[in-house]
Design a protein around this ligand. Structure first.
Ligand SMILES: [Zn+2]
Length: 387
């Protein structure tokens, strides 16, 4: 079994599937736009692409072992209700044939009441209801009696002790996630870097409050039987203050190193700078600490922007200046910058698939092309480097 990582073309949004050597599958966020279901619309049908990658369980249900919602914004959970079964496993409908979620990984934000700042879209609201249902099930039944379709792990502690009684289903920031759907999975560990807890420093808290709710994970993925073959750093829509803080905390560790980085917030300038791109343009300054946090690529690292095609105007996200910064970061480690909306072409974007073997991740189309070279079907110099 080879590990794989697939990034789906969902414009400005996230949707990533990790297939572990153990066979377990972790889906991070979804952004399944309605247009994808219409055959006359050119929007990539990512629901179909995802379903083709999943297996059915003994009851005939297509399933993922884990669904992680990085944070409850629409571009990270759109289509959840329509395409996934939510609610007790007993109410699963075969005729609906929705995807069954064995375990949920959720930020503690689902415990917060809706407020002026936290207004949830319908999919996020359904997710929140489902996450709370699973926590209640755990509280009432105890861990040993929680099975597929009822499991949940909470990523990070909530304020005011609301998660204090969660014990074995709570992972605190700074700890490792080692269990996938209730069992220790030796083909991965994930370091939990965020959501960042509330800051005591008032000024910092103000800067952090806006987008510090994203779950930030650094996965160590086994490939070709080798541990740590691929590090994947993913941080939802975390913004500049979050990355500055993470650099302060982790600059003397290897926690921010990656072979694949998903650029935060769809290649937004706001993850790299406090300055306004639309007001200041080229005068806007990059935050050194945030850039440091996001530039710990290992040799040959891939930097993937999950967004629409990036153009040279003042839009943000995606932002052309952020793209230039990430390209420079990739160049420093002989790596590569890729955009999901432009892969393989702007006209017809498709899934971006990485195969992970013992020497790290490789873009699958390249793996195919390389084998054509090695079999002599294509003659000439191999254009594809790989570190
Ligand atoms: Zn987003």
């Amino acid at each position: 079994m080879v590990a794989e990582l697939t990034v789906f073309p969902v414009d400005n949004g996230d949707m990533t599937l990790i297939e572990l050597e153990s066979g377990r599958k972790i889906l991070i966020d979804v952004n399944i736009r309605g247009a994808a279901d219409n055959p006359d619309d050119s929007t990539p049908d990512v629901a179909k692409m995802l379903r083709e990658k999943l297996k059915r369980d003994s009851q005939g249900r297509l399933y993922v072992d884990v669904f992680l919602l990085s944070h409850p914004d629409k571009d990270h959970c759109l289509g959840l209700e329509r395409h996934f079964h939510l609610g007790s496993p007993d109410t699963y409908s075969k005729s609906d044939d929705k995807i069954f979620i064995r375990e949920i990984w959720s930020s503690p934000i689902v415990f917060r009441r809706a407020s002026r700042i936290l207004i949830l879209c319908p999919d996020a609201s359904s997710f929140s209801t489902e996450a709370r249902r699973r926590v209640r099930y755990f509280r009432e039944n105890g861990l040993a009696r929680v099975g597929d379709g009822n499991r949940i792990q909470i990523m990070g502690e909530d304020e005011n002790g609301k998660t204090d009684d969660l014990g074995s289903i709570l992972v605190k920031v700074g700890q490792l996630v080692t269990k996938v759907n209730g069992v220790v999975d030796y083909s991965m560990t994930a370091k939990l870097l965020g959501p960042l807890p509330k800051s005591d420093n008032e000024e910092e808290e103000e800067a952090l409050a806006k987008n510090r709710s994203s779950v930030i994970l650094s996965f160590d993925i086994k490939g070709g039987g080798v541990n740590d073959a691929c590090r994947f750093l993913t941080g939802g829509d975390a913004e500049v203050a979050v990355w500055e803080r993470l650099w302060t905390e982790h600059q003397n560790t290897d926690w921010l190193e990656y072979d694949i980085l998903q650029t935060p917030h769809h290649c937004s300038w706001r993850s790299l700078s406090h300055d306004s791109w639309s007001n200041l343009g080229e005068k806007a300054k990059v935050s050194e600490d945030a850039r440091n946090a996001l530039s710990q690529g290992r040799s040959g690292a891939f930097i993937v922007a999950s967004c629409k095609p990036i153009s040279a105007n003042d839009s943000d996200p995606p932002c052309i200046r952020a793209k230039r910064e990430y390209e420079a970061i990739a160049k420093e480690v002989s790596g590569e910058f890729l955009c999901t909306g432009e892969y393989p072409t702007k006209k017809s974007p498709d899934v971006m698939e990485f195969e992970i073997d013992k020497s790290g991740p490789r873009l699958k189309s390249k793996v195919m092309a390389e084998s054509l070279y090695s079999t002599g079907i294509i003659i000439g110099k191999q254009p594809f480097g790989h570190g």
